[in-house]
Ligand binder design. Structure first.
Ligand code: NIG
Ligand code: FE
Length: 402
């Protein structure tokens, strides 16, 4: 079945950054066949279905490349303590923070995890998100990590979205291994990675002085790669303990947060082709002061992505549009950088470059249509959603009046 989307303005987000003022897209069986100016559509074209977009903007479906959206419970009481002055790191050292969510998540069944993750996922889907990364990391025991990863993949079978899962067993040291982080990492490397490899598309870790050291992440990544799993890393969020250098050495798909990264870190990420994922909602919610080295990342040519970081601690909420707004306002990214950061570069951060994240021949037909006058308006609104249609693998899966 041949479908044509016509009378739209198109930002392809492809490597040539083609923009068409009066454009059209042809797709068949969920794959883009052609995109270009509407007046270059083949004469006598017979489409089975024509979707008239009346001048709306069309972009690739958005890719949220860093979320923790499967978890149980919430941490509102902890947020109240933090707004009253206690730091995120102090709460973590007391055994709260991530470990608080671990207690709630261990007590939840797979069905409960799916049910609790669902409204957060739906909130992202309504914003034009068609691909989302979801991490484990609140189970921290083999069964509970497996349950989180299964819940994440189940969300993809029950909703029109591509889910990419990351095993984040190295998110915090679980109570069973308190004071013995090296033994925990060894257990994850020897037993959990082989057992969970089939549930995970990548392996992630939290490299921080309140979490795992660069040497521990290095060992974990060595074991992951020996199993053929790509890696990504939470690095230099609250301090610099050498995470981005480890990530670069292992050719990580992405290195995320990076507030405390240096010029040399940016150079290393550029050499390894690693995507730098900006998480401005966490920066905002933790009231951080140290900005990521945006200029250095640009200068070295590191691809920049932007993600929601949806999680119950540092980024409670599920809005990629808000993250885009904050990436512009707080980090000074341009509207073009932000759009690429939630499309082509975000897809690359998930190892999906060339398949998703651009509107180009051969790519999956994942689109978002926007009721906006200019592309600048995407990432301008804070707390308002101008997305009016979502297309997943060629099917219209959501239409909203805007
Ligand atoms: O990306 N930094 C570590 N992980 C999350 C926070 C998780 C939590 O606080 O529950 C993040 O910000
Ligand atoms: Fe995170």
């Amino acid at each position: 079945m041949l479908t044509v989307f016509r009378h739209c303005r198109i930002a392809t987000c492809d490597p040539q950054a083609r923009v068409f003022d009066r454009g059209a897209v042809l797709l068949r069986h969920g794959i883009v066949e052609w995109v270009g100016p509407e007046d270059e559509l083949p004469a006598g074209l017979h489409a089975d279905r024509t979707i008239e977009l009346a001048g709306r903007w069309l972009t690739p479906g958005l890719v949220d490349c860093h979320t923790h959206l499967v978890f149980a419970g919430q941490r509102a009481a902890e947020f109240a303590r933090r707004t009253a002055g206690t730091s995120y790191a102090d709460i973590a050292r007391e055994g709260g923070g991530i470990l608080g969510t671990v207690r709630a998540t261990r007590a939840a069944s797979e069905d409960e995890l799916v049910a609790q993750g669902q409204p957060r996922l739906q909130s992202l889907l309504a914003e034009g998100v068609t691909t989302v990364e979801i991490k484990s990391g609140y189970g921290l025991e083999l069964d509970a990590e497996a349950r989180m990863l299964r819940a994440a993949r189940r969300l993809a079978t029950e909703h029109p979205v591509t889910v990419s899962t990351s095993l984040l067993a190295a998110h915090a040291v679980p109570p069973e291994f308190a004071g013995r982080p090296d033994e925990y990492v060894d257990t994850v490397c020897r037993q959990w990675l082989p057992a969970l490899a089939a549930h995970a598309d990548a392996v992630d870790a939290y490299c921080e002085d309140i979490a795992f050291s660069a040497a521990q992440c290095d060992r974990l990544f060595g074991a992951a790669r020996a199993l053929g799993l790509p890696v990504r890393l939470h690095a230099e969020q609250l301090s610099n303990v050498g995470g981005s250098q480890v990530a670069a050495r292992h050719g990580a798909l992405s290195c995320d947060h990076l507030e405390y990264a240096t010029d040399a870190d940016a150079a290393a990420l550029a050499r390894s082709g690693t995507v730098a994922v900006m998480l401005p909602v966490a920066f905002f919610v933790l009231a951080e002061k140290q900005l990521p080295p945006i200029e250095a990342l640009r200068r070295h040519g590191v691809p920049l992505a932007v993600a929601s970081d949806c999680n119950p601690g540092s980024a409670p909420g599920a809005s990629l549009l808000l993250a885009m707004h904050m990436a512009r306002r707080l980090f000074g990214l341009s509207s073009d950088e932000v759009l690429l950061g939630v499309t082509r570069h975000a897809a690359r951060a998930l190892g999906l470059g060339g398949r998703r994240g651009s509107i180009a021949a051969g790519q999956a037909a994942d689109f978002a249509a926007w009721s906006v006058d200019s592309l600048d308006e995407i990432g301008y609104w804070a707390g308002f959603n101008p997305c009016s249609m979502v297309v997943k693998d060629g099917s219209i899966v959501l239409e909203r009046d805007v």
